[in-house]
Design a binder for this molecule. Sequence first.
Ligand SMILES: [Zn+2]
Length: 426
Amino acid sequence: MTLQAFRAELLSVPEDPAQGGTIRHHEDGLLVIEDGLVVAFGAHADLAPRFPDLSVERLSGLLVPGFVDTHIHYPQTDSIAAYGGQLLEWLERHIFPAEAAFADRAHADAVAAFFLDELLRNGTTSALVFATVHAQSVDALFEAALTRNMRIVSGKVLMDLGPEMLHDSVETGRAETEALISRWRGRGRLGYAVTPRFALTSSDAQLAGVGDLVAAHPEILMHTHLAENLGEIAAVADRFPTARDYLDVYDRFGLVGPRSVFAHCVHLEDRSLARMSDAGSSIAFCPTSNLFLGSGLFDLVAADRHGVKIGIGTDVGAGTSFSLLATLGEAYKVGQMRGTPLDPFRALYLATAGGARALGLADRIGGLQPGQEADFVLLDPAATPLLARRTAGASLAGRLFALQILGDDRAIARTYVAGNLAWARS
Ligand SMILES: [Zn+2]
């Protein structure tokens, strides 16, 4: 039994403020942890008498739950900021060649290590991650995540219709997925997501196989892309002329359920949103990616109207930052373009507990509730001269908003994973 305690300004938004969820804020707070799990989160004055002999570490800054990135591609780390082309052209020109390099295990190991360290440097403690078509790309990521004790969910990409240098077959895709699921089941804090790239890169037979895998393994997620770009949507409609819409393509193969996470969903009709809500599926909203590729403006209000679960994704390498703070700043601007600005507390919820809920992990992470895993981040509202001026004397909402608009990795003073210091700014 190892008790730890941190005294700091605490902020957590464990339930959606748009649904009446409470904002938990303690200007002088105490976070008590035992063996990596939260024991207590509250006002120092209330909790200190309950833990009289505790040695307490004082932290200066705003302590919030670790960020949850609900959609990111680790093999695209080196392809961030690649010029030109919308989705399909960008994939051909920049991404497929970069992913082909993951046939080399040493390359995969090197990128996985950098990628996870970059997540930690940005305050991201959990993520749902695309690997590549190569099974060993998942092994590389999972081994590196195990070393860091991070809660990472990933899976081998299925793409039997992918380009020459980057495709599997129905049989190998399935066999490798089954082998990865059994190899990694129950290890560390890892989870598996069966990961068809998107409708266009898998045959009907492979998509049907994904449905079988999801049905056969009740603990895994299904992770893919949906309705990101108009050219992509037209190509999907061309190939599946009898489908009602893009979501219906996935639905026909049994891929729309409570463990399904769909990245983007920029162009969806009400029917699709209603169906996703009924099914309990989740959306990963990826604003920097949607702007970078010119994909469009996600309609958060429409998704909310249908009650669809939402998380935030950076979608690196189409996304332009590993920072969920910076990503929330772009989410705010996307909202402004639609006349519906995102509230900063709601934004924090979406990047923490909301993301956890989208990944089916709300009982484990996201809110720093007693019993949850103690993944947390110390934000520095004075990280830059400008932030320091802007946040001096500002309200909590003002500081939080300034961190989202002006902040990035520089505003992450420390990152803790399961109660252990995993990264500290020098
Ligand atoms: Zn993506």
